[in-house]
Design a protein around this ligand. Sequence first.
Ligand code: ZN
Length: 180
Amino acid sequence: MKFVMPGDRLGYKEEFVAGEGVYEENGEIFAAVAGKLIVRDKVINVEPVKVIPEIERGDVVLGRVIDVRNSLALVELSRKKGLDRDLKNTGLAALHISNVQSEYLKDLNSAIRYMDIIKARVIDEKSLKLSTKEDEMGVVKSICSLCKHEMVREGNTLKCPNCGNVEKRKLSSDYGKGEW
Ligand code: ZN
């Protein structure tokens, strides 16, 4: 039995058919959820399996965005609210574009970017799906994509105090407060 994590590359579209729990991008098939890899008649499925014992549905977690694809941001979880130690070996959790905000979001990069620190609600503890729809959830810390300086909040946008660059995010109401 093989376990896979969100973002793991499972195969090419020419060889396999995408089933449940996966997504296609640029001719390749990736896991969309954490779980058990099942290949049957060339159909690739990932059946969600709970892989992190500490994580329950409804938990609030903190993590770093390590990749942003077309429709999915991959998040390395580091903390869980109420647990006074770091999470270890969690693999990656997934924030789908439809779970970022209540309003329709066309471009994931206009709300979440590489290296952002986000606070999120776990909406599925097996597949490690996250949501940032609540006001309190979203980006809590971010660096300028041009000069890597820490961004400061100005209304509903972020501004770089170093180079003046302005960027948009789905901001947490706790952005920049240093707590979560
Ligand atoms: Zn900057």
